[in-house]
Each structure stands twice: as C-alpha cells, then as structure tokens.
Design a protein around this ligand. Structure first.
Ligand code: ZN
Length: 204
C-alpha cells in the first residue's frame, strides 16, 4: 500500500496554503497542522498501523513509546496501541523536558520516541535524552511526517545540518514534506506586498 501523505493532509485540511510566519522566524507558503490529521480516529489508526508495519519490518524491538508533549502524544499513543506496547510522554517543566506523573522507564527497555512531525527533531532528542538517563535504550524515532531536514528510512533525502537526531538511529515516517522557507528579508511573498501571519492566529 503506497500511502500518499500529501493527499492525507489535504483531505484532512491539514496542509494550509498562505503566507506563514514559522516558529523559526522564517516565512513559508505552506503550514502543516498535523493535529487536524489526527482529529479523525479511524484515520489515526490507519496511519499508526502503517507506521507500525515499517518498524516491525525493520525488526526493531520496541518495549515502550515515549512522546514529547503535546504534539507527539496522539501519534505516540496510537502507534503504541498498534505495536501492543506501553506509552508514556515527556513534558516541559520550566522549559526543561522531564518525565513526570509517575511514568516509569525500566533499565534496558527499548524505547522508540514518537512525534507528530519531525522538523529539526529537537524535542524528540530531548525526550530521548531523558529516557536514556533512566537507563533505557533509545532504538529509533518515528513521526507521521518528516519536514526533510532529517533523513527518514526509505527516503533519498539526506539529513541537513539543522537535523538534531542521532545519525545512527532510524527515523520512521510516512513521508517527507519539503517546503521552501525564507528569511523575512528574502521572502518573495513579502516582496509581493503580503504580510506573514502566525498559524493559528486567524483560526487556522
Ligand atoms: Zn514573507
């Protein structure tokens, strides 16, 4: 089954087109609202099953999935269900990623870190560091989509300098979304006279 991730996002109204101010400060014509993809529980289940299949086919043994809150929780939970394993999440307290709420990580457990979308992988890496501090082994990373900065299993797109994920661990995603982003000074949409908006600020 070839899953067309762009179709999935378009159908869900999760691939927005306009003139967006990204959290990096750069501008883009496109914005991905991954939470909208997961609004449909049937669709979430199918996506998680497709992701689980990739992980199983790669013979990666997973005991536990850990997601950085908030973005990764829905994807991680569905993926844990599809793989039949436990699920926990890491969250920021005073801007530092921590594992709280009595969630346990056992020594030598094999942990997969799951996000909704991987951009630089910064939060995923912080969650990985936290579970490793508890003696677990991080065996890989997963997400629905990859923004093309990191290299995913099965793609020819090489990792860029911005990617923070370790190169010796696999990244499983259902596809890549590679968009041009622009420094504000060089943005063609700004030059054409339009104003970049922060996604979410006008109900999107
Ligand atoms: Zn612009």
């Amino acid at each position: 089954m070839a899953l067309n991730l762009e179709e999935v996002y378009k159908k869900a109204g999760a691939l927005l087109e306009g003139h967006f101010l990204l959290s990096s400060g750069n501008h883009s014509q496109f914005y991905l609202q991954s939470a909208k993809v997961l609004e449909d529980t049937k669709r979430s289940e199918l996506l998680a099953k497709a992701l689980a299949k990739q992980i199983q086919e790669a013979n990666i043994k997973v005991d536990l999935i850990c997601s950085p809150a908030l973005g990764g929780i829905l994807t991680g939970y569905e993926l844990a269900r599809a793989l039949g394993v436990r699920f926990i999440f890491a969250e920021r307290k005073d801007s530092k990623m921590t594992i709280r709420r009595g969630f346990g990580v056992k020594k030598n457990e094999n942990v997969l870190i799951c996000e909704d979308i991987i951009t630089t992988g910064g939060s995923a890496l912080e969650a990985a560091t936290e579970v490793e501090k508890k003696g677990a082994n991080v065996v890989g990373f997963a997400a629905i989509a990859n923004r093309g900065l990191c290299k995913r299993v099965g793609s020819d797109i090489e990792a860029k300098e911005e990617c923070k994920l370790p190169k010796d661990l696999p990244l499983f995603t259902l596809g890549d979304f590679v968009f041009d982003t622009y420094e504000p000074d060089e943005c063609p949409m700004c030059k054409a006279g339009s104003e970049a908006i922060k996604p979410g600020s006008r109900g999107n």
